[in-house]
Design a protein around this ligand. Structure first.
Ligand code: MLT
Length: 404
């Protein structure tokens, strides 16, 4: 008789954004006359930039002719894209990352969920609280966590690093030593960031205790302030302790097109074993590469026109962020984030729980956001709004919130 992976049975409920999606679908079915504005999941709304569309069309045409047709992509990604990433995202920022340390994939969500596979189940993870749920859930699936305590909303055998208003939503070094540390800056969900010195402290700590940092830099394009690192490899010593995850979803609108990459420096080792070799083995065995067409589109992100157009797109969303921040402040909400990140983190009013506020917002304003408690216990009493809507819907959502 076959048996299932019963680690899956430990997971409470469904994935956060699936739960929200279901609630919203039910609400819409019961109230078909209401127009609901979603500022919930961080999904982009602006069309792909012209330079990217042009590259897509060109690549589609190449696929139509025998001489230029492409079959399986190289496991680790086409060199034209890896070279563009190595130059633009690393060399130009003074970071030492070679093209063959970059693994192209179909997105950072998959990579952030899959990367734990190359580590022993005995490793202990440390996560920020609140946190992007994928990091924790995938470790639960792998059997790396203990049991779930529904009262506290925490797992045994996981180190939680609370990110609260008191510490500026920046984690402090944990008391217990972890093996794997997940960090995401600019942060999802709080929209907070840390300075280069703060990140250097994490790199020094990881090197000292022999931990690895999985650094999710998916929102790097939204950094507007000086002294906020765009990559962990800006820190001295990161090559021996850090893996970096990057996405094309948020900076270039690829949420539906799917493209991302993971960087594993060859200096990152456990004893004599390079993590790079393990991830290469996994990639080669389980993955056939992101489509040629999409990788060509990714290359266009780094063209002069692409860069210009995408700066405009990021600016568009950040104008939404500013509109939300200013509007909510005027209404008396306590808000943060939204300066170096497309997320605004607000304190729920009148002591409401995160889910109570979700219901009020949905029913009274027909606006969808994300309850902070869905990201972890320290998110209780908070709520996340995304700047990825259209400008018009963002303004309309604020008007509706004002009237609650
Ligand atoms: C979010 O809303 O947190 C993100 O869009 C989820 C994701 O990128 O997978």
């Amino acid at each position: 008789m076959f048996k299932v992976n019963d680690n899956y049975l430990k997971l409470p409920g469904s994935y956060l954004f699936s739960t929200i999606g279901k609630k919203v679908r039910e609400y819409k079915a019961a109230n078909p006359d209401r127009s609901v504005i979603s500022l919930g999941i961080g999904d982009v709304t602006q069309p792909l930039a012209p330079a990217i569309i042009e590259a897509l069309h060109g690549a589609v045409d190449e696929m139509a002719a025998a001489e230029t047709f492409h079959g399986y992509a190289p496991d680790l990604g086409y060199e034209f894209l890896r070279n563009a990433i190595a130059k633009n995202d690393y060399a130009d920022r003074g970071c030492e990352i070679a093209a063959d340390e970059i693994f192209v994939s179909d997105g950072a969500k998959c990579d952030s969920g899959n990367i734990q596979e190359i580590f022993s189940v005995d490793n202990k993870i440390a996560v920020c609280d609140p946190v992007y749920p994928v990091y924790v859930d995938t470790n639960v699936m792998a059997g790396r966590t203990g049991t779930y305590d529904a009262k506290t909303g925490t797992w045994s055998d996981v180190i939680y690093m609370p990110c609260t208003a008191e510490n500026g939503f920046a984690p402090e070094l944990p008391k217990e030593t972890p093996d794997i540390i997940y960090l995401c800056f600019p942060n999802n969900p709080t929209g907070s960031t840390i300075t280069k010195d703060q990140l250097q402290m994490w790199v020094d700590y990881a090197n000292k205790v022999g931990a690895v940092i999985i650094y999710d830099a998916a929102y790097e394009a939204y950094i507007s302030e000086e002294n906020v690192p765009h990559s962990i490899y800006e820190c001295v010593g990161a090559r021996t302790c850090a893996i970096e995850l990057k996405s094309f979803s948020k900076n270039a609108g690829f949420t539906g097109t799917r493209l991302g990459y993971t960087v594993i420096p060859k200096d990152l080792k456990s004893g004599d074993v390079m993590l790079h070799s393990l991830w290469a083995r996994r990639h080669g065995t389980k993955y056939n590469g992101a489509p040629y067409i999409v990788q060509k589109a990714g290359e266009a992100v780094y063209s002069p026109e692409g860069k210009k157009q995408l700066a405009g797109q990021v600016g568009y969303y950040m104008n939404n962020a500013k509109t939300i921040l200013t509007g909510l402040k005027e209404m008396g909400y306590t808000v943060s984030g939204g300066v170096n990140a497309p997320y605004i983190w607000l304190k729920t009013p009148a002591g409401m729980t995160s889910w109570e506020f979700f219901d009020v917002l949905l029913e009274k304003a027909n606006v969808v956001g994300t309850p902070g408690s869905g990201f972890g216990p320290s998110g209780e009493g908070y709520f996340r709004l995304t700047a990825f809507g259209t400008y018009e819907s963002t303004v309309e959502a604020l008007e509706r919130i004002r009237k609650i």
